[in-house]
Each structure stands twice: as C-alpha cells, then as structure tokens.
Design a protein around this ligand. Structure first.
Ligand SMILES: [Zn+2]
Length: 55
C-alpha cells in the first residue's frame, strides 16, 4: 500500500524539509508536513502523517 511511486522524491532530508517548508508557507491553509525516509526507494518523501502515527 505504498504510495512511493506516486510521491515526489527528495535526495536528502534537507531537500525534503525545504520543500515542506515552501508548501507550508503557502497562503490559505496548507497542511503540516513531515519528512520521512522511504524504505522502498531509499529517498525522502513528505507526509501529512506524523512519524509516530505511521507505525
Ligand atoms: Zn519511496
């Protein structure tokens, strides 16, 4: 049930965090985003779900 293939990939946590930051700075009501390292592709993705809840 991984959404890996559809998700945007980032090479590093820093890149993912930067992208999350830009999204969260959008006007309106942007989602709170978290970064996580994907075990399938080894890259970083963004998720709306806090890491603790994803276990
Ligand atoms: Zn992935």
């Amino acid at each position: 049930m991984s959404a890996c293939a559809r998700k945007k990939r980032y090479r590093s946590r820093k890149q993912a965090a930067g992208a999350a930051c830009r999204i969260m700075n959008r006007p309106g009501k942007p989602p709170k985003l978290y970064t996580y390292k994907c075990e399938e592709c080894g890259k970083w993705h963004l998720t709306k779900r806090p890491p603790e809840e994803s276990r």
